[in-house]
Design a protein around this ligand. Structure first.
Ligand SMILES: Nc1ncnc2c1ncn2[C@H]1C[C@H](O)[C@@H](COP(=O)(O)OP(=O)(O)OP(=O)(O)O)O1
Ligand SMILES: Nc1nc2c(ncn2[C@@H]2O[C@H](COP(=O)(O)OP(=O)(O)O)[C@@H](O)[C@H]2O)c(=O)[nH]1
Length: 252
Protein backbone atom coordinates (compact mmCIF):
# COMPACT_ATOMS: atom_id res chain seq x y z
CA UNK A 1 0.00 0.00 0.00
CA UNK A 2 1.40 3.39 -0.85
CA UNK A 3 0.60 5.45 2.17
CA UNK A 4 2.15 8.88 1.73
CA UNK A 5 1.13 11.73 -0.50
CA UNK A 6 -1.82 11.42 -2.79
CA UNK A 7 -1.28 7.84 -3.85
CA UNK A 8 -3.34 5.16 -2.23
CA UNK A 9 -3.44 1.76 -3.81
CA UNK A 10 -3.93 -1.47 -1.95
CA UNK A 11 -1.08 -3.88 -2.50
CA UNK A 12 -3.41 -6.80 -2.86
CA UNK A 13 -6.30 -7.79 -5.01
CA UNK A 14 -8.92 -5.11 -4.59
CA UNK A 15 -12.11 -4.10 -6.27
CA UNK A 16 -13.47 -0.66 -6.98
CA UNK A 17 -16.72 0.39 -8.64
CA UNK A 18 -16.13 2.12 -11.95
CA UNK A 19 -18.36 3.92 -14.41
CA UNK A 20 -21.39 2.18 -15.87
CA UNK A 21 -21.70 -0.16 -12.93
CA UNK A 22 -18.58 -2.22 -13.76
CA UNK A 23 -16.36 -3.29 -11.00
CA UNK A 24 -12.65 -3.16 -11.68
CA UNK A 25 -10.30 -5.61 -10.20
CA UNK A 26 -6.94 -4.16 -9.30
CA UNK A 27 -4.37 -6.79 -10.23
CA UNK A 28 -2.07 -7.69 -7.39
CA UNK A 29 1.10 -5.68 -7.49
CA UNK A 30 4.49 -6.95 -6.48
CA UNK A 31 7.20 -4.92 -4.73
CA UNK A 32 10.63 -6.31 -4.03
CA UNK A 33 14.11 -5.22 -3.02
CA UNK A 34 17.43 -6.84 -3.92
CA UNK A 35 20.36 -6.48 -1.53
CA UNK A 36 23.96 -7.63 -1.51
CA UNK A 37 27.53 -6.41 -1.21
CA UNK A 38 29.23 -4.58 -4.09
CA UNK A 39 29.77 -7.00 -6.97
CA UNK A 40 27.27 -9.58 -5.68
CA UNK A 41 25.26 -9.38 -8.91
CA UNK A 42 22.35 -7.17 -7.85
CA UNK A 43 22.36 -5.29 -11.14
CA UNK A 44 22.84 -8.42 -13.26
CA UNK A 45 20.11 -10.37 -11.46
CA UNK A 46 17.65 -7.46 -11.34
CA UNK A 47 17.99 -7.10 -15.11
CA UNK A 48 17.05 -10.77 -15.49
CA UNK A 49 14.15 -10.52 -13.07
CA UNK A 50 12.83 -7.39 -14.76
CA UNK A 51 12.88 -9.11 -18.16
CA UNK A 52 11.54 -12.46 -17.04
CA UNK A 53 8.70 -11.13 -14.88
CA UNK A 54 7.99 -7.81 -16.61
CA UNK A 55 8.70 -5.81 -13.48
CA UNK A 56 9.97 -2.27 -13.54
CA UNK A 57 13.57 -2.30 -12.41
CA UNK A 58 14.43 0.63 -10.18
CA UNK A 59 18.02 1.44 -9.34
CA UNK A 60 18.92 4.03 -6.73
CA UNK A 61 22.26 4.59 -8.47
CA UNK A 62 20.41 5.36 -11.72
CA UNK A 63 18.13 7.82 -9.91
CA UNK A 64 21.14 9.56 -8.45
CA UNK A 65 22.85 9.73 -11.86
CA UNK A 66 19.69 11.02 -13.56
CA UNK A 67 19.30 13.74 -10.95
CA UNK A 68 22.93 14.75 -11.26
CA UNK A 69 22.60 14.92 -15.04
CA UNK A 70 19.39 16.97 -14.77
CA UNK A 71 20.97 19.30 -12.19
CA UNK A 72 18.05 18.98 -9.78
CA UNK A 73 18.59 20.39 -6.27
CA UNK A 74 18.85 16.87 -4.84
CA UNK A 75 21.19 15.87 -7.69
CA UNK A 76 23.54 18.79 -7.08
CA UNK A 77 23.63 17.91 -3.38
CA UNK A 78 24.11 14.18 -4.05
CA UNK A 79 27.05 14.91 -6.36
CA UNK A 80 29.00 16.61 -3.57
CA UNK A 81 28.92 13.34 -1.58
CA UNK A 82 29.58 10.96 -4.46
CA UNK A 83 32.60 12.99 -5.55
CA UNK A 84 34.04 12.33 -2.09
CA UNK A 85 33.26 8.61 -2.36
CA UNK A 86 30.50 8.87 0.26
CA UNK A 87 26.98 7.54 0.38
CA UNK A 88 24.33 10.15 -0.24
CA UNK A 89 22.68 11.12 3.10
CA UNK A 90 19.39 9.45 3.95
CA UNK A 91 17.25 12.57 3.73
CA UNK A 92 18.55 13.31 0.20
CA UNK A 93 18.00 9.72 -0.95
CA UNK A 94 14.48 9.56 0.42
CA UNK A 95 13.71 12.93 -1.18
CA UNK A 96 14.90 11.53 -4.50
CA UNK A 97 13.27 8.14 -4.35
CA UNK A 98 10.06 8.13 -2.37
CA UNK A 99 8.13 10.54 -4.63
CA UNK A 100 9.16 8.34 -7.57
CA UNK A 101 7.79 5.26 -5.81
CA UNK A 102 4.57 7.07 -5.05
CA UNK A 103 4.11 7.55 -8.79
CA UNK A 104 4.42 3.79 -9.29
CA UNK A 105 1.03 2.93 -7.87
CA UNK A 106 0.12 0.79 -10.87
CA UNK A 107 3.40 -0.99 -11.39
CA UNK A 108 5.16 -3.93 -9.91
CA UNK A 109 8.79 -3.09 -9.23
CA UNK A 110 12.12 -4.38 -8.03
CA UNK A 111 14.46 -1.95 -6.30
CA UNK A 112 18.25 -2.29 -6.47
CA UNK A 113 20.48 -0.16 -4.20
CA UNK A 114 17.87 1.09 -1.74
CA UNK A 115 17.56 0.79 1.23
CA UNK A 116 21.19 0.89 2.27
CA UNK A 117 20.64 2.08 5.81
CA UNK A 118 18.13 1.24 8.49
CA UNK A 119 16.75 4.78 8.27
CA UNK A 120 16.11 4.25 4.53
CA UNK A 121 14.47 0.89 5.24
CA UNK A 122 12.14 2.54 7.76
CA UNK A 123 11.30 5.32 5.33
CA UNK A 124 10.52 2.75 2.63
CA UNK A 125 8.46 0.77 5.10
CA UNK A 126 6.33 3.80 5.87
CA UNK A 127 5.68 4.26 2.16
CA UNK A 128 4.88 0.77 0.91
CA UNK A 129 4.56 -2.85 1.93
CA UNK A 130 7.29 -4.99 0.39
CA UNK A 131 6.39 -8.50 -0.73
CA UNK A 132 9.87 -9.93 -0.86
CA UNK A 133 13.54 -9.15 -0.27
CA UNK A 134 16.34 -10.98 -2.05
CA UNK A 135 19.69 -10.97 -0.27
CA UNK A 136 22.78 -12.17 -2.15
CA UNK A 137 25.51 -13.82 -0.14
CA UNK A 138 28.67 -14.11 -2.27
CA UNK A 139 32.17 -15.07 -1.03
CA UNK A 140 34.75 -12.32 -0.72
CA UNK A 141 37.19 -13.88 -3.23
CA UNK A 142 34.43 -13.97 -5.86
CA UNK A 143 33.50 -10.34 -5.25
CA UNK A 144 37.16 -9.34 -5.55
CA UNK A 145 37.59 -11.16 -8.86
CA UNK A 146 34.38 -9.78 -10.34
CA UNK A 147 34.97 -6.19 -9.33
CA UNK A 148 38.55 -6.15 -10.54
CA UNK A 149 37.07 -6.98 -13.95
CA UNK A 150 33.98 -4.72 -13.80
CA UNK A 151 33.76 -2.01 -16.43
CA UNK A 152 31.07 0.65 -16.32
CA UNK A 153 29.55 3.10 -18.73
CA UNK A 154 29.40 6.06 -16.34
CA UNK A 155 26.55 7.98 -18.00
CA UNK A 156 24.09 5.07 -17.98
CA UNK A 157 25.46 2.80 -15.24
CA UNK A 158 25.57 -0.15 -17.72
CA UNK A 159 27.89 -2.80 -16.38
CA UNK A 160 30.23 -5.25 -18.13
CA UNK A 161 32.66 -7.93 -17.09
CA UNK A 162 35.43 -8.96 -19.44
CA UNK A 163 34.78 -12.67 -18.84
CA UNK A 164 31.09 -12.91 -17.92
CA UNK A 165 29.39 -10.32 -20.13
CA UNK A 166 31.98 -8.51 -22.25
CA UNK A 167 31.02 -5.51 -24.42
CA UNK A 168 30.76 -6.12 -28.17
CA UNK A 169 33.73 -3.84 -28.74
CA UNK A 170 36.42 -3.95 -26.09
CA UNK A 171 36.38 -0.89 -23.83
CA UNK A 172 33.24 0.59 -25.45
CA UNK A 173 29.61 0.73 -24.30
CA UNK A 174 27.33 -1.42 -26.51
CA UNK A 175 24.64 1.25 -26.91
CA UNK A 176 26.46 4.59 -27.05
CA UNK A 177 29.91 3.42 -28.16
CA UNK A 178 31.39 5.64 -25.43
CA UNK A 179 34.43 4.54 -23.43
CA UNK A 180 34.00 2.30 -20.39
CA UNK A 181 35.75 3.06 -17.12
CA UNK A 182 36.75 1.19 -13.98
CA UNK A 183 35.89 2.68 -10.57
CA UNK A 184 38.74 3.16 -8.15
CA UNK A 185 36.59 1.74 -5.38
CA UNK A 186 36.20 -1.53 -7.32
CA UNK A 187 39.93 -2.13 -6.78
CA UNK A 188 40.79 -4.90 -4.27
CA UNK A 189 42.37 -2.43 -1.81
CA UNK A 190 39.07 -0.53 -1.47
CA UNK A 191 36.92 -3.64 -1.35
CA UNK A 192 37.65 -4.76 2.21
CA UNK A 193 36.46 -1.43 3.61
CA UNK A 194 33.39 -1.37 1.34
CA UNK A 195 32.48 -4.87 2.35
CA UNK A 196 32.85 -4.14 6.05
CA UNK A 197 30.72 -1.05 5.58
CA UNK A 198 28.08 -3.07 3.71
CA UNK A 199 27.95 -5.70 6.43
CA UNK A 200 27.56 -3.10 9.19
CA UNK A 201 24.84 -1.22 7.35
CA UNK A 202 23.01 -4.26 5.99
CA UNK A 203 22.78 -6.29 9.20
CA UNK A 204 19.94 -4.33 10.85
CA UNK A 205 18.09 -4.10 7.52
CA UNK A 206 18.38 -7.84 6.99
CA UNK A 207 17.21 -8.46 10.57
CA UNK A 208 14.22 -6.21 9.95
CA UNK A 209 13.19 -8.06 6.79
CA UNK A 210 13.84 -11.43 8.43
CA UNK A 211 11.50 -10.48 11.26
CA UNK A 212 8.85 -9.58 8.69
CA UNK A 213 9.27 -13.02 7.09
CA UNK A 214 10.03 -11.64 3.62
CA UNK A 215 13.80 -12.25 3.42
CA UNK A 216 15.19 -14.84 0.98
CA UNK A 217 18.96 -15.36 0.93
CA UNK A 218 20.85 -16.90 -1.99
CA UNK A 219 24.47 -18.00 -1.72
CA UNK A 220 26.94 -19.05 -4.40
CA UNK A 221 29.78 -18.03 -6.66
CA UNK A 222 28.00 -17.94 -10.03
CA UNK A 223 25.01 -15.90 -11.04
CA UNK A 224 23.95 -18.56 -13.54
CA UNK A 225 23.70 -21.13 -10.74
CA UNK A 226 21.81 -18.85 -8.35
CA UNK A 227 19.40 -17.63 -11.01
CA UNK A 228 17.25 -20.82 -11.32
CA UNK A 229 16.49 -20.68 -7.58
CA UNK A 230 15.50 -17.03 -7.75
CA UNK A 231 13.49 -17.70 -10.87
CA UNK A 232 11.53 -20.53 -9.29
CA UNK A 233 10.90 -18.57 -6.07
CA UNK A 234 9.58 -15.59 -8.00
CA UNK A 235 7.47 -17.80 -10.24
CA UNK A 236 5.53 -18.82 -7.15
CA UNK A 237 5.20 -15.26 -5.86
CA UNK A 238 4.56 -13.01 -8.82
CA UNK A 239 1.10 -12.97 -10.31
CA UNK A 240 1.12 -13.46 -14.06
CA UNK A 241 -0.56 -10.07 -14.54
CA UNK A 242 1.98 -8.19 -12.43
CA UNK A 243 2.22 -5.25 -14.81
CA UNK A 244 -1.47 -5.02 -15.53
CA UNK A 245 -2.99 -2.16 -13.64
CA UNK A 246 -6.66 -2.90 -13.81
CA UNK A 247 -8.77 -5.49 -15.56
CA UNK A 248 -12.42 -4.87 -16.29
CA UNK A 249 -14.25 -7.98 -15.31
CA UNK A 250 -17.91 -8.70 -14.87
CA UNK A 251 -18.59 -9.20 -11.20
CA UNK A 252 -21.75 -10.32 -9.55
N1 LIG B 1 20.56 3.95 -1.12
C1 LIG B 1 21.59 4.80 -1.25
N2 LIG B 1 22.01 5.53 -0.19
C2 LIG B 1 23.03 6.39 -0.30
N3 LIG B 1 23.71 6.61 -1.44
C3 LIG B 1 23.33 5.90 -2.53
C4 LIG B 1 22.25 4.97 -2.50
N4 LIG B 1 22.11 4.42 -3.72
C5 LIG B 1 23.04 4.99 -4.50
N5 LIG B 1 23.78 5.89 -3.80
C6 LIG B 1 24.87 6.73 -4.30
C7 LIG B 1 26.22 6.36 -3.72
C8 LIG B 1 26.78 5.41 -4.77
O1 LIG B 1 28.17 5.38 -4.78
C9 LIG B 1 26.24 5.99 -6.07
C10 LIG B 1 26.06 4.98 -7.18
O2 LIG B 1 25.26 3.91 -6.71
P1 LIG B 1 25.28 2.48 -7.40
O3 LIG B 1 25.03 2.63 -8.86
O4 LIG B 1 24.34 1.64 -6.61
O5 LIG B 1 26.78 1.99 -7.32
P2 LIG B 1 27.70 1.40 -6.19
O6 LIG B 1 29.02 1.26 -6.82
O7 LIG B 1 27.59 2.20 -4.93
O8 LIG B 1 27.04 -0.02 -5.85
P3 LIG B 1 27.49 -1.52 -6.16
O9 LIG B 1 28.97 -1.55 -6.16
O10 LIG B 1 26.86 -2.29 -5.05
O11 LIG B 1 26.93 -1.85 -7.51
O12 LIG B 1 24.97 6.56 -5.72
N1 LIG C 1 32.60 -13.93 -13.65
C1 LIG C 1 31.37 -13.58 -13.27
N2 LIG C 1 31.02 -12.28 -13.28
C2 LIG C 1 29.76 -11.96 -12.90
C3 LIG C 1 28.80 -12.94 -12.53
N3 LIG C 1 27.64 -12.31 -12.22
C4 LIG C 1 27.87 -10.99 -12.39
N4 LIG C 1 29.14 -10.78 -12.82
C5 LIG C 1 29.86 -9.53 -13.09
O1 LIG C 1 30.32 -9.08 -11.82
C6 LIG C 1 30.27 -7.67 -11.74
C7 LIG C 1 29.37 -7.27 -10.58
O2 LIG C 1 28.00 -7.55 -10.92
P1 LIG C 1 26.88 -6.45 -10.70
O3 LIG C 1 25.61 -7.00 -11.25
O4 LIG C 1 27.36 -5.14 -11.18
O5 LIG C 1 26.83 -6.46 -9.09
P2 LIG C 1 26.27 -5.36 -8.07
O6 LIG C 1 27.43 -4.49 -7.69
O7 LIG C 1 25.79 -6.18 -6.92
O8 LIG C 1 25.15 -4.63 -8.77
C8 LIG C 1 29.79 -7.17 -13.09
O9 LIG C 1 30.93 -6.87 -13.87
C9 LIG C 1 29.04 -8.39 -13.66
O10 LIG C 1 29.07 -8.39 -15.08
C10 LIG C 1 29.21 -14.34 -12.53
O11 LIG C 1 28.46 -15.25 -12.22
N5 LIG C 1 30.49 -14.57 -12.92
Amino acid sequence: MLRNGTASVRNDTDTVRGVAGYKWRMAKLFRAVIMGPPGSGKGTISERIAQRFALTRLSSGDFVRENIAANTDAGVLAKTYIERGLLVPDHVMTRLLLPRLEEMTRHSWLMDGFPRTLAQAKALNSTCDLDLVISLNIPYETLKERLSDRWIHPASGRVYNMGFNPPHVQGRDDISGEPLIQHDDDKPEALVARLRHYKDMAKPIIDLYKSKGILHTFSGTETDRIWPYINSLLSTKIPSTSQTDTQRIPMP
